[in-house]
Write a protein that binds this ligand. Sequence first.
Ligand code: ATP
Length: 587
Amino acid sequence: MNYAVIADAYERIEATTKRLEMTDLLVDLLKNTPIAAIAKVVYLTQGKIYPDFVGLEIGVAEKLALKALARATGRRESEIEADLQKSGDIGETAQNFIATKRQVTFFQKTLTVQRVYETLDRMAKTTGSGAVDTKLALLSGLLSDASPKEAKYLLRTVTGNLRLGIADMTVLDALAIAYGGGKEARELVERAYNISSDLGRVANVIAEQGLEGIKRFQVVVFEPIRPMLAERLSSPEAILEKLGGKCVAEYKYDGERVQAHKKGKTVTLYSRRLEDISNQYPDAVELVKEYVRAEEAILEGECVAVDLETGELRPFQELMHRRRKYEIEQAMEQYPVSLFMFEALYVNGADLTLSAYPVRRKALENALKPSDRVTAAKHIVTSKVKELEVFFEEAIADGCEGLICKSISKDSVYQAGARGWLWIKYKRDYKSEMTDTVDLVVVGAFHGRGKRAGTYGALLLAAYNAETDTFETVTKCGTGFTDKDLESLPELLQKHVVPRKHSRVQSMLEADVWFEPKVVLEILGAEITLSPIHMCAMDSIRRGSGLAIRFPRFTGNYRVDKAAEDATTSAEVVEMYRGQLKQISEA
Ligand code: ATP
């Protein structure tokens, strides 16, 4: 196929702004394309040579493009540059100069799509020393054989300025019409695209095998699937009703979505935007290799910053430190992550995207080895509003954003690339902040793991209830302690150890070690939330709920000047909670 056919089509497409006309012109082009070249033509019309997730761009700088043009035409670079200043379009400038070129090529060869594509591919893959010279030679070679019109589109393509305005959806329409028997095929063609993110592969399959091929189209490892997204409702009643009276509710973890593709020992992680982010998370790659039992799998989950010693989830902001390009090793050490998985889309040869959610969830659980670094998202199956509310509060107190409630009906397929009502998020619509520190009493402790083996991983802290003269748990804190604190804590607390929960302590949690309420620590938290698992001010705001401090951090201040009874009271925590709500309604 000659490149001139493409250039002519581009010219016609460029002349229209109407999507329908554009589609018709694209249909003509696709019908005139031999099957062997169809994927290449599809990529080229979008100014690409691969689907986006491959991450390979032609990426020729304007300067280099001008040099190549100078070489192919025998004109001075300064002359070309001056023309570009006037035209503002490298394509137009290329067209002018090729039309009037001085350098005569005696054996001008016709440009084929094959040659253009392969040359662009080589240019994209050329790196290292001498890359600029190689690219220059390749590009000027193409330009020497190009007609003015071909040169125009070539230079626009290599510099990333093609911009024909052909959206993915227009290509899908055109493919359905050209090879799928008409627009009715569009839905199936779109699904194929949504589960492969590769227009070239979709084009190839439909051109070669027709609609039957598209019906058989399956997910493939290392081709990212476009993510399913959630709708939103703000009441548990409405959510349950929408989901047919019963659903799975899962913690909505606050991290970064990852789609993990695994084949043997090879793992790639894709972001929500389908970019390869494996380099950003080498530790998560290792976690997948180690704890995903399945030989081949495509799983989705949330990558969350965690405190390895306490197992606590850390806020999203901490994960953002992992965005950097350099010193990844250091960032990995400082901000470790765990994976909380929520989807199995493919496992050992089985495409699960059209299976119901309960089937996928089971497959997910089977695909994982037991570990606390890679786990299936915490979940319940429920038909009760109250249960949803309690689970929501638990999620918030545990450092999550809320819940994602999911349909478990027989039609609960994975809706790749779509936002639909099979997933409904239940988040709070406000963010609040705790500005004041609180002084809390140490009533229990949990053994540490990893680097904290032998000392405490987290302390169970309580507020003082002056009315009942008891200490009511309000948070579990493992953050803010220096190595020195950790060393001295067991000794400091040893003399207060009691064999079982102290009679003045109100707790639903089971600590590993219990203390007589004596030691007071200053704590700064992110906010106060309702919690079904902490006893502070139980039932005073809502039946069955206490209050909890989220993301607590020890300030380093041991309040040795305070007796346990001088600690922050439960009534004060209630006041602070109400104050927060006021702040929110004023904001
Ligand atoms: P948007 O959906 O508008 O793009 P967003 O990216 O902030 O917004 P939300 O819609 O608020 O995301 O929530 C969906 C996201 O929640 C998912 O993309 C995923 O990253 C995250 N998430 C956390 N836990 C789960 C879970 N258990 N199931 C599904 N998604 C989860």
